[in-house]
Design a protein around this ligand. Structure first.
Ligand SMILES: *Cc1c(COP(=O)(O)O)cnc(C)c1O
Length: 570
């Protein structure tokens, strides 16, 4: 570019260069005619971004636009700028150089897969996480180049398909939630919370109420709620729960009244993180509204509501929707997820705007967040339709209640609604058994690995408990397998209580048992079969945890690397 007489905005750059030119508009148009998208920063600046997929042919076409012929002699004399050459070694782990054939790569990936208890092995009843099927049909479209290769800022004229998908999805989510407008920008539920609170703040500000900064949060809330409130500059005031796990309406009334002048919002989860439909929800919303506050309803438990009730109708003003929970986007490795927010009409103008525009309430670097995974939720909604989604909700709730009923004589169900039912998940209380036997919720979680199951959610939202959410995806047969495992574990705990098994040296405390322990000496006071095959069905389908129990607290406090040198890798 310099050779062609153009002025660069900087001398050092990574993958993007900015050119200062009064011909920016014309060059931008010429490039578009050649199917090249440049970015027009303003009338006098143009940027060009490159990546590893840019070919020599692309460069030739590009340079031609800037009147730089087609010779790429400059390639020969490219010398990285001083100070930008990496001198340290990198990617030294043998794994980056070992697998050179597809066969080896395939086996390597399979070996990694074998180490995991994933949904392709057994149900993952993680309460609050909604680990439902990610159907292959729904996943398929995200590999299509039309979805996967588009730049988030490709010109609108080139993204008509995506625009249609956004509209469809926004419309469907409005229908499902009873809200008036949806933003597809937030990349996670937590980011949706942040975006929602920014919208609430902007709303208060627009009414001359910028001082409203108190956010009421019940003690049962997900940890992201208070974190988001603090990030949005609010002050958190905790509201108590009663012994049935419901928000204490008395305490709420008192705190809402006390902070009435400065009340910004409440963040409330429905059905609650305790797994029950809180019957006072409308009253809770009213208490906040009459004192000038807004209701942020955490929509993570939407899987218990789709087709049955709509949060926009019972008093909430804004919610996030975890597409990676309720609407089938896979999650478990940490993302990417999507946490769109829905709002009532009065908040619509405060939804996140274009991140390239200053002060637009944007929470992400692109207008539509992780747009490329939206086809999954779109397909889920289109394939199931209204009745299919309602049926899914019903089965999710029935399955949770079935588990609660089957397990209640072994593990008390901590919270239930007025009519004795739970919502789409249930919390079993381990504390009474723990007091009697010394067996902890963590011992049970680890022992479940020996039975081939991922543990349910542990110690959230109540310490010393397990929260179980089967979702609609699991068959009765699989749920029964899980119940059998839990009942068997209960019986094992009875062995500890009765003194038949040692209190410290038993299959629960020593769980999980690894494949390595199958061979060699056996130093436990119980048999290998008791340890590794406690129920019959495991003979046909056994999962071996690759590592024994680790010291969580030590691991959290001490950073260490398990990397090995090439020489040591056998
Ligand atoms: C999962 C969850 C969140 C947070 O959502 P992320 O997408 O993980 O950020 C918030 N609240 C509740 C109740 C949840 O279950």
């Amino acid at each position: 570019m310099s050779d062609a007489g153009f002025e660069l905005a900087s001398t050092q750059f990574f993958d993007t260069i900015t050119i200062n030119t009064d011909k920016a508009q014309a060059l931008f148009k010429q490039a578009q005619e050649k199917n090249i998208n440049l970015r027009l920063l303003n009338d006098n600046q143009l940027t060009i971004a490159m990546d590893e997929t840019t070919t020599t042919e692309d460069l030739k076409s590009l340079l031609a636009i800037f009147g730089q012929g087609s010779t790429l002699s400059c390639f020969d004399k490219v010398e990285p700028c001083h100070g930008q050459v990496r001198e340290s070694v990198f990617l030294t782990h043998p794994v980056f150089s070992l697998h050179h054939s597809e066969t080896e790569m395939m086996r390597y990936l399979k070996r990694l897969e074998n180490k995991d208890i994933a949904l392709n092995h057994s149900m993952i009843a993680l309460g609050s996480c909604t680990m439902k099927l990610n159907a292959a049909t729904q996943m398929y479209p995200i590999s299509l180049p039309g979805f996967s290769k588009l730049h988030p800022y490709a010109p609108a004229t080139q993204t008509q398909g995506y625009q249609q998908l956004f509209k469809d999805l926004e419309h469907a989510l409005c229908e499902i939630t009873g809200y008036d407008a949806v933003s597809l920008q937030p990349n996670a539920g937590s980011q949706g919370e942040f975006a929602g609170l920014l919208a609430i703040h902007a709303y208060h500000q627009s009414r001359g109420d910028a001082h409203r900064n108190i956010c009421l949060i019940p003690s049962s809330a997900h940890g992201t709620n208070p974190a988001s409130a603090v990030m949005a500059g609010m002050k958190v005031v905790i509201v108590k729960c009663d012994e049935s796990g419901n928000i204490s309406v008395d305490d709420l009334q008192e705190k809402a009244q006390k902070h009435a002048d400065n009340l910004a919002a409440i963040m409330v989860t429905y059905p609650s993180t305790h797994g029950v439909f809180e019957v006072q929800i409308q009253k809770i919303c009213d208490i906040i509204h009459t004192r000038g506050g807004q209701v942020y309803l955490d929509g993570a438990n939407l899987n218990a509501m789709v087709g049955i009730t709509r949060m926009g109708e019972f008093g909430a003003d804004v919610s996030h929707i975890n597409l990676h929970k309720t609407f089938a986007i896979p999650h478990g490795g940490g993302g990417p997820g999507m946490g769109p927010i829905g709002v009532k009409a009065h908040l619509a103008q405060f939804l996140p705007g274009d991140p390239l525009v200053k002060d637009s309430n944007a929470v992400s670097a692109a207008m539509y967040g992780s747009a490329s995974i939206l086809p999954i939720s779109w397909s889920y909604i289109k394939l199931l339709g209204k009745h299919g989604m309602q049926r899914s909700t019903e089965i999710a709730i029935v399955s949770a209640n079935y588990i609660a009923t089957e397990l209640k004589d072994h593990f008390p169900i901590l919270y239930r609604g007025d009519q004795g039912m739970v919502a789409h998940e249930c919390i079993i209380d381990i504390r009474p058994l723990k007091d009697e036997s010394g067996i902890t919720e963590e011992d049970i979680a680890k022992r479940l690995m020996d039975y081939g199951f991922h543990s349910p959610t542990m110690s959230f939202p109540v310490s010393g408990t397990l929260m179980i959410e089967p979702t609609e995806s699991e068959s009765k047969r699989e749920i029964d397998r899980f119940i059998t495992a839990m009942v068997s574990i209960y019986n094992e705990i009875q062995n500890v209580i009765s003194g038949k098994w040692d209190r410290e040296n038993n299959p629960l405390k020593n769980a999980p048992h690894t494949a390595h322990e199958m061979s060699g000496e056996w130093n436990y006071p119980y048999t290998r079969t008791q340890a590794l095959y406690p129920v019959e069905s495991l003979v046909a389908n056994k999962y071996f945890p690759p590592v024994k129990r680790i010291d969580n607290v030590y691991g959290d406090r001490n950073l260490f690397c398990s990397c090995i040198t090439t020489e040591d890798f056998k």
